[in-house]
Design a protein around this ligand. Structure first.
Ligand SMILES: CSCCC(=O)C(=O)COP(=O)(O)O
Ligand SMILES: [Zn+2]
Length: 218
């Protein structure tokens, strides 16, 4: 589908939704030091032909300006003439869209997701069991155990993207990058936000659980 054939209304809706999510996450301090990036897909999806709006690289994501987002194609190339640079991690978004056909990808750096990837993720997964928020991933089994994939944090982003097909778990809408952050996705912005919040709850729970294990039980 040509980018020009996607309606202006759909493009504007994606930008409005990105703006709202960006503002909300910034209020939670989920974009420290210009970290993090967000994207929402527009138009029809084919694995070799799709488009999405993505945050521009290196911006202070706690302020809103007319220069915060641009549209790119399945290769991460800008769809329109612009001076803006897409997120340095756009190729990760491209690969997640290509493999899942999802509608939104959100990436944040938090202390909890960094520490948990480092302390519990050395085997290539972070396991979590029996936490109620696992149901946010539509996993309803009692005492369910999940394994969240963890990828090495290569400085070369195409190397990270190339490893995603080998670790992606269709049941788990997220991937941790070691000592870097998490990418979470969903069929739309609402679902991607729900998934991201559930991951962050789980990481904080695991972190606090590690601390409690060092305290004698009463
Ligand atoms: C300052 S954080 C290093 C880059 C990064 O990991 C990130 O999430 C933000 O990069 P972007 O190009 O999307 O601003
Ligand atoms: Zn990042």
């Amino acid at each position: 589908m040509s980018f020009d054939n996607i309606t202006l209304e759909e493009k504007q809706q994606a930008l409005d939704d990105l703006r709202k999510v960006k503002t909300l996450f910034a209020e939670r301090n989920w974009f420290p030091g210009t970290s993090g990036n967000l994207s929402i897909r527009v138009g029809e999806f084919q694995e070799d032909d799709f488009h999405f709006a993505v945050t521009a690289s290196g911006k202070d994501k706690s302020v809103n300006t007319p220069q915060d987002f641009l549209f790119v194609d399945q290769n991460g190339q800008a769809c329109e003439t612009t001076t803006l640079k897409p997120s340095a991690e756009t190729l990760i978004h491209c690969e997640i869209y290509r493999l899942t056909g999802c509608g939104a990808v959100f990436h944040v750096h938090t202390v909890y997701n960094n520490l948990i990837s480092e302390w519990l993720g050395q085997t290539g997964v972070v396991k979590a069991q029996g936490i109620e928020l696992i149901k946010a991933f539509n996993i309803w089994e009692e005492n369910a155990e999940i394994a969240i994939p963890v990828l090495a944090n290569y400085a070369h982003i195409p190397s990270i993207a190339a490893e995603i097909p080998g670790v992606l778990n269709p049941e788990i809408p997220g991937i941790l990058l070691q000592n870097h952050g998490i990418c979470a996705w969903g069929k739309n912005a609402f679902e991607a936000k729900r998934h991201l919040e559930a991951f962050e709850f789980i990481f904080e729970y695991l972190y606090r659980g590690l601390l409690l294990n060092n305290v004698p039980k009463r």
